[in-house]
Design a binder for this molecule. Sequence first.
Ligand SMILES: *Cc1c(COP(=O)(O)O)cnc(C)c1O
Length: 394
Amino acid sequence: MSVLDRLGVVRRINAAGTLTRLGGRPMAPEVAAAMAEVATVSLDIADLQQVAGDRIAALLGAEAAMVTTGASAALTLAAAACLTGSDLARMAALPFTDAFPNEILLPRTHRTMYSRALSLAGARLIDLGHNDRGTGAGVRGLEAWEIDAAITPRTAAFAFTATPETIADLPAIAAHCRARGIPLIVDAAAQLPPRENLRRLIALGADLVCFSGGKAIGGPQASGILAGRADLVGSALAQQLDMDIRVEAWSPPPLLAQILHGRAPPHGIGRGFKAGKEEIIGLLVALERFVAADEAAERASLERRLRAIAAALGGLVGVDAELLHGGRAPQLAITLEPLERARAAVTRLLAHSPPVHVGERRVAQGVLLIDPQALAPEDDAELAAALRAALALG
Ligand SMILES: *Cc1c(COP(=O)(O)O)cnc(C)c1O
């Protein structure tokens, strides 16, 4: 009997994408096998972080990298590193930061629900600019003088949320921050595919970049990447690892040795979200597969599956299924008339056995989104049947 059956946990059909709350993208068997292999042995986590970090850094074109327990944890560690540098007393003080520079600048248009991961380290977020483009009120974005006016002796970092729309602003902001000695943290959690983005953000000037391991990369759900400047990644790693060591008996790997100089901080702000050996290996193996994959072939296969699902909805009144090509992965947009039908359809799909999850981002406009990135191919037929039944009811 499977453990889920024994526990009575309900399996779900996930057509909503790589959502963390639904377990992200299911892992490839090779990734799960690598995690199982490392689960049964003892090894030094700091050494493993160094080995994995070196490989990840090479793939990203970064000075250094480490495995975190997700992009959110990577943001907290990035903020911690910018607040403390290699200062052990500051590491020990977090999250209390009154005695040193503790402000992180953040364009208003870049604030997300994940921005609080930055404040978790003890940073104060300073909102910059306005949202005229977002609201349609005007044409102006964040300007250099606004950044200059916000930089004070208390500034510790600048935070940037990468999206296809914001990425064009990155080089200018990076150059501006660099000239003023302000490290730039980029949240690129879900900016994959395309795999070029793994290298692009660093190449455009990010000092630190954060990716989620449990989304498109297909690593463990509790995994992510923090990559960038070696001094900052080293500081982040020191604040994540178990530090219950005797310094004289400890030989830290190079990334830590270069910032600790024979000293060691107490347990850091990231001690509660340490990456285990399973996450570190799982993320690395998943990333190597992600980088080696044939993106065009994977995309074509997802499109074929979505077309088959769309075909199964043919003939329903007031139902229009359209393949969307623009996003990170193809999606099927199912537009319903009248638009109130969309909410009712979501409720019916969740009541289906097994429950069916679809993308709800455009439900208010009468649109259900089918995102196939985390959808098991063997669930396609059942998804199509459940959609047809839910939509046939009007
Ligand atoms: C998903 C996401 C995160 C969090 O990623 P986890 O790996 O689940 O911690 C952070 N920022 C953005 C923009 C995201 O989309």
